[in-house]
Design a binder for this molecule. Structure first.
Ligand SMILES: NC(=O)c1ccc[n+]([C@@H]2O[C@H](COP(=O)([O-])OP(=O)(O)OC[C@H]3O[C@@H](n4cnc5c(N)ncnc54)[C@H](OP(=O)(O)O)[C@@H]3O)[C@@H](O)[C@H]2O)c1
Length: 254
């Protein structure tokens, strides 16, 4: 596929450049600074991609980038959610702009685009309930607004998926194509975290589920490279098992 990658200079973004190329995609990187991207990638990788400069809060320039390059898919990694419940970041504005741009570009090309967005573990449901994990561990709450926006879209406007990892760490600071995963592929699940470990502790009034969420959260650390590979592999097929859903992931090799 031809993929518009928004936020290619970020921790996940640079690994996605390599993963997308490795999986045979064409990459159009949408960044604030092409110089910064060039400094982060080996010349051999940088010369394999197209770069568009722009601000991810501007839906018009994102839409133009999609249509000018005839992209079939968009991956948005731009913006970083605020940690405390009272925190604010640019992420909701970026998310809104990207959703608007992808939706409008889909109308112009008469076919919805495939799009991957990023959130965090907290927007997944506590297994067996319809209560989000972030009801028990209230951090990175901006992701909830973003999910609400995606769920409020009319059908057949964006073929979206929302990846919801816990902490992502780097396997390596080097970007190479083809990529080599040091850890195995991720195990994924729609709407709830895969391989959740429940406990009788959840029955302790008020704090039980918070304690279970806190102990589980540590088990969901994955690598940036694994998540980049997961998205790039999914975009290889026209039909995704993750369309229209949040996706939880765990490192099955641990
Ligand atoms: N890292 C984690 O452990 C983790 C875990 C769960 C979820 N997430 C989510 O995953 C996403 C990616 O995380 P990350 O660690 O890769 O973040 P990051 O390293 O902070 O990267 C953020 C990217 O957003 C770009 N950006 C910010 N504002 C922009 C704007 N107005 N226009 C264009 N680009 C803009 C930055 O570009 P510049 O280089 O120009 O600043 C950078 O490329 C985030 O949404 C984060 O909330 C991260």
């Amino acid at each position: 596929m031809k993929v518009l990658l928004i936020g290619a200079t970020g921790n996940l973004g640079i690994r996605l450049v390599a993963a997308l190329l490795t999986h045979g995609h064409s990459v159009v990187a949408f960044v604030r600074s092409s110089n910064k991207l060039e400094s982060l990638l080996p010349a051999s990788v940088y010369h394999q991609i197209t770069v568009v400069q722009g601000d991810a809060t501007d839906p018009d320039s994102i839409k133009r980038a999609i249509l000018d390059a005839s992209c079939d898919a968009v991956v948005n990694t731009a913006g970083l959610a605020a940690l405390p419940p009272w925190g604010h970041s640019e992420l909701p504005a970026i998310f809104h702009a990207v959703v608007d741009a992808v939706r409008e570009a889909g109308v112009d090309r008469k076919k919805p685009l495939r799009a991957w967005f990023l959130a965090g573990l907290g927007v997944l449901y506590y297994p067996g309930s319809e209560s989000m994990l972030s009801n028990y561990l209230p951090v990175y709450l901006e992701h909830r607004r973003n999910l609400h926006l995606l769920k409020s879209l009319p059908p057949n406007t964006i073929d979206w998926s929302l990846l919801c990892p816990s902490v992502m760490t780097p396997e390596s600071s080097e970007v190479t194509v083809p990529t080599q995963l040091l850890h195995g592929k991720l195990i994924a699940n729609a709407a709830t975290p895969p391989s959740w470990k429940d406990s009788w502790i959840k029955h302790i009034p008020l704090i039980g589920k918070t304690l279970v969420c806190a102990t589980n959260a540590l088990r969901y650390e994955t690598t940036l490279e694994q998540n980049a590979d997961f998205i790039a592999s999914d975009l290889e097929s026209d039909e995704s098992p993750w369309s229209g859903t949040t996706v939880g992931v765990i490192d099955g090799s641990k």
